[in-house]
Design a protein around this ligand. Structure first.
Ligand code: ADP
Length: 458
């Protein structure tokens, strides 16, 4: 039961409780019916005895033969009339006179008749027996018997009916429990779906709150309050990152400027030149890191300085390729460009340029000299796809799923070239802003392929 859904658990409990209730109700009804039937049977026997008493009283002063005739007439019309006898107080049977009139195995009459009912089993059949002492001029004992078979049959039919109804009731209660559970938990599903759709990029979204005044309303409100606190905290972190990056720009630029100035001095010694060279390289790297952090902090804060317009992707791709071709040539890499134009999309030209630059720069950076790099733009009916394929060092299988995360970089022991680890995160963000899908595939030591699929403009 641990992993089952609440609605299934509700169904189970609902059915179990319903079944227990049904069984209890059945037992109570059965007992009540059995009691009523037995009471009814006893009352019938008592009524029959009363009618016999009437005969005895009305013929008290008549000759015996009149009494016998009246008795026979009555027992002929009473149901089960053959199961009625009248005894003298001493125990001799008086009526019916003909002992053979009944082949019923009567038990001997007790000398002190109890005037009570008892049950008699004759073979497989059961009978109810009443011995009623009366006085009608003289003392008699009226004995009346009646079969219990009809009552038994009725109880058996009732039990069979209950047993047949139990599975149907169980199925109905399970269905009712399931539907009820689903209905009650539907708002929980809506809250779950709402929360799932909220991520770090759209923390300003809130769950819809229905004014039902119940626990679910309070749950939705609590979630919304938590989202507000999270949004506040994330805003503060974003502002801090943006402010810190912004503040770091000037000192980093200053360090680079000083290093460049020092290197321009022909009189500095070799060691100093080497040291200033390192400072220059590191400050360039730090400058790039600061810029990337600022870009992402602004992206998180929703400050997108973009101008969306109709852009022909072929032009942008060719532009980026032309700009980076000298770098590839410097590593003796072959850079092949294939474009299928026109490929119109809606986008911000400079952001797109940055996106393709990140992918192509990485391809050049992580492909050894004399490697092969291909950039291709293909157009299908609904999409324009830019693919950058290289024959470089590839990406480890463990890193691939996190490759677009911030600061995700390969193991430094692989001795890779320097970088910020933010390029692909920026690329992913730019793709997202354009409604495009950026994916990566790679095999270590064989190469990587990055694909961006853009929706085509109308
Ligand atoms: P970096 O500034 O380190 O290049 P990126 O976000 O652009 O940051 O890339 C993250 C990491 O992904 C890189 O450090 C590198 O390990 C790996 N990577 C990216 N592109 C490639 C590629 N074409 N071939 C192999 N590894 C790559």
């Amino acid at each position: 039961m641990k992993n089952t859904s609440i609605s299934l658990r509700l169904t189970f409990w609902f059915s179990a409780i319903f079944l227990c209730g049904f069984v209890l109700f059945g037992i109570l009804m059965w007992v009540d019916l059995a009691y009523s039937l037995s009471q009814g049977r006893d009352r019938t026997l008592s009524r029959r005895a009363a009618r016999i008493l009437d005969v005895l009283q009305s013929t008290a002063d008549e000759p015996a033969v009149i009494r016998e005739t009246r008795f026979d007439q009555l027992t002929d019309v009473i149901p089960e009339g053959n199961l009625i006898q009248v005894f003298a107080a001493g125990g001799d049977r008086l009526l019916p006179r003909n002992a053979a009139a009944s082949d019923f195995p009567w038990p001997p009459i007790s000398p002190t008749p109890r005037g009570r009912y008892r049950t008699l089993n004759v073979g497989s059949r059961s009978y109810r027996l009443l011995d009623l002492p009366v006085n009608a001029g003289q003392d008699y004992v009226i004995r009346v018997a009646g079969q219990l078979e009809d009552n038994r049959n009725m109880l058996t039919r009732f039990t069979a009916g209950l047993a047949a109804a139990a599975p149907v009731m169980l199925a109905l209660s399970a269905l009712a429990g399931y539907l009820l559970g689903r209905r009650v938990l539907q708002p929980v599903d809506q809250i779950t779906a709402g929360l799932r759709s909220i991520n770090i990029g759209n923390l300003s979204r809130r769950l819809p709150v229905s004014p039902s005044g119940d626990e679910l309303e309070r749950l939705a409100e609590t979630c919304n309050q938590m989202l507000s606190r999270l949004e506040d905290a994330v805003d503060r972190i974003n502002r801090f990152t943006a402010d810190a990056s912004h503040e770091l720009r000037s000192p980093v630029a200053l360090i680079r400027g000083v290093a460049e100035y020092a290197l321009r001095n022909p009189e500095i010694d070799g060691d100093s030149r080497e040291a200033f060279g390192e400072i220059l390289a590191e400050s360039l790297e730090a400058g790039r890191l600061v810029e990337d952090m600022l870009t992402l902090a602004r992206a998180d804060a929703g400050h997108v300085a973009a101008m969306f317009e109709r852009v022909e992707l072929g032009e942008v791709v060719e532009d980026v390729c032309a700009r980076l071709r000298p770098t590839a040539d410097g590593k003796n890499q072959s850079l092949v460009l294939r474009t299928q134009t026109p490929a119109w999309t809606i986008g911000d030209r400079s952001s797109l340029r940055r996106l393709f630059s990140i992918l192509l720069e990485n391809a050049i950076k992580y492909t050894p000299a004399f490697g092969r790099i291909e950039m291709e733009l293909a157009v299908s009916s609904a999409r324009a796809t830019v693919t950058v394929t290289d024959s470089g060092i590839g990406i480890a299988e463990a890193l691939l799923p996190r490759i677009f995360d911030r600061f995700a970089r390969a193991d430094p022991s692989r001795g890779e070239v320097s970088g910020t680890g933010l390029g692909l995160a920026i690329a992913k963000w730019i793709a997202g802003v354009h409604g495009a899908e950026l994916t990566a595939g790679s095999r270590e030591q064989e190469g990587s392929v990055f694909t961006v699929a853009f929706p085509l403009a109308e």
